[in-house]
Design a protein around this ligand. Structure first.
Ligand code: NAD
Length: 450
């Protein structure tokens, strides 16, 4: 069975790949299992050097990787470059984490008690199509640093950068079998990884629907699971905020990656007394977003990933939007920036659109803002805009979300933990917390009584 990989900006074929099935998945797991004893036993300094070399190769091949990601995902080249930069930083960070992920010694009677962080074995990494290379690195860095070997399954739509990264890993000197990539359908390769008895953990990023399925499948072998799932994050703008700054920042927070971002602030809640001023400035800022060829240097938004996804996104837009921007007619899977006035009970405010559609919702006071922000099944990211520091702290604590920023729309940093509350999943990527997610604690007691 072959897989046609498509450039979403042109709808032209980018590559034709062989799709793996269950047998090839089993072979990849067997290779990873065979490589595990040597990889876990490697001296920390050797593993550090290999991960650092991989980071350097990613930097050296940065432009090539960024072009590949842009052609496969349709994201603007400036975004791809920034993401590849983060991939290198992630490998540098986890190379540095290897000899800093210490156990403890704990005072007990009759001897010495100590803890070790042990690798899990073979880890299955299942990745979505919106940030293929970046999310792969968030899982690979800590997995390999902890001494695990991995089988990575990229999304069917976007396998190109993961395959290139695996070649670079071999060039870096990471032994064969440590980092395997299997390209194939989620229902075949993904499910096989989830049920395989020799896979110790599944680290999954994708939709909440498939995440729930992964969790069910993993139960049979009591596999460890971490799930990074969907989001419906809110940016809460109080009337005392710097309205100009909040309005100027809002488009980037939802139209970045054409809205195909689990952290997209796809709801903006605005205090009624500042509502009209905010909406006027927001629409002006949205009108300035440059939509077009993702390989052009100044493009800010490219196409959606597929025709099927464009149909899903357009199904959310009902009635007359506040604003609809321009987008190329085609070929390619284009969709314009769209701003809608909504009530939080509307489908567009409750479900993850995963496209360039922003719902603006008014609120009266702090209590109502918190209630609306929390009124979705998700809890991944969010922002609070205010000049009142005490209010900022009250509101960020009251919103049920894994990541939130004040007077900014950022979500992800290499050194800080990232993950969700509620149906946005559990487990944390990035930061030192991720090292705990890819290792087990072993407790050892050594009797010292003579
Ligand atoms: P998806 O759930 O359809 O697919 C994700 C991956 O799972 C793909 O590799 C797919 O092939 C695989 N898969 C599909 N069915 C499977 C099965 N039955 N068993 C095992 N694996 C299976 O998601 P998508 O459409 O690729 O990505 C979009 C979703 O990902 C959005 O909901 C988005 O919010 C989410 N996402 C979350 C984060 C986060 O960190 N929280 C980051 C990026 C994307």
């Amino acid at each position: 069975m072959t897989l046609q990989v498509i450039n979403p900006a042109t709808a032209q074929s980018l590559a034709e790949l062989h799709q793996a099935g269950v047998e090839e998945t089993d072979r990849a797991v067997a290779r990873a299992a065979a490589a595990f004893p040597r990889w876990r036993a490697l001296a920390p300094n050797d593993r550090i050097r290999l991960l650092r070399r991989l980071a350097s190769l990613v930097e050296e091949h940065g432009e090539e990787l960024a072009r590949l990601e842009t052609r496969n995902v349709g994201k603007p080249i400036s975004d791809s470059r920034a993401e590849v930069g983060m991939v290198a930083d992630v490998f540098h960070f986890y190379a540095g984490a290897i000899d800093k992920h210490h156990g403890q010694t704990i005072p007990v009677a009759g001897g010495v008690d100590m803890t070790f962080h042990e690798p899990l074995g073979v880890v299955g990494l299942i990745v979505p199509w919106n940030f293929p290379l970046n999310i792969s690195s968030w899982k690979l860095g800590p997995s390999l640093a902890c001494g695990n070997t991995v089988v990575l399954k990229p999304a069917e739509l976007t396998p190109m950068s993961a395959l290139r990264l695996a070649e670079l890993a071999l060039d870096a000197g990471i032994p064969e079998g440590v980092f395997n990539v299997v390209v194939g359908p989620g229902r075949v390769v993904g499910e096989r990884l989830v049920e395989h008895p020799d896979v110790s953990k599944i680290s999954f990023t994708g939709s909440t629907e498939v995440g729930a399925r992964v969790m069910r499948g993993a139960a049979a072998t009591v596999k460890r699971v971490s799930l990074e799932l969907g989001g419906k994050s809110a940016s809460v703008v109080f009337a005392d905020a710097d309205i100009e700054k909040a309005a100027a920042a809002a488009p980037g927070a939802v139209f970045g990656n054409a809205g195909q971002d689990c952290c997209a602030r796809s709801r903006v809640l605005v205090q009624r007394s500042a509502y009209d001023a905010f909406v006027t400035q927001l629409v002006e800022a949205v009108a300035r977003v440059k939509v077009g060829d993702p390989e052009k240097e100044d493009t800010e938004m490219g196409p959606l990933i597929s025709e099927q996804h464009r149909e899903t996104v357009s199904s959310f837009v009902e009635g007359t939007p506040l604003f609809v921007g321009n987008a190329p007619d085609g070929p390619g899977f284009w969709y314009p920036c769209t701003v809608i006035e909504a009530s939080n009970t509307d489908r567009v405010a409750q479900e993850e659109v995963f496209g360039p559609v922003l719902a603006v919702i008014p609120f009266e006071d702090e209590a109502e803002a918190v209630r609306i922000a929390n009124d979705t099944p998700y809890g991944l990211s969010g922002s609070v805009w205010t000049r009142d520091g005490a209010r900022a702290l009250r509101v960020v604590r009251a919103i049920d979300t894994g990541v939130i920023s004040v007077n900014a729309n950022t979500s992800v940093r290499v050194a800080t933990p990232f993950g969700g509350f509620k149906q946005s999943g559990f487990g944390r990527e990035l930061g030192m917390q991720a090292m705990d997610g890819y290792s087990e604690v072993k407790n050892v007691f050594l009797a010292t009584d003579s």
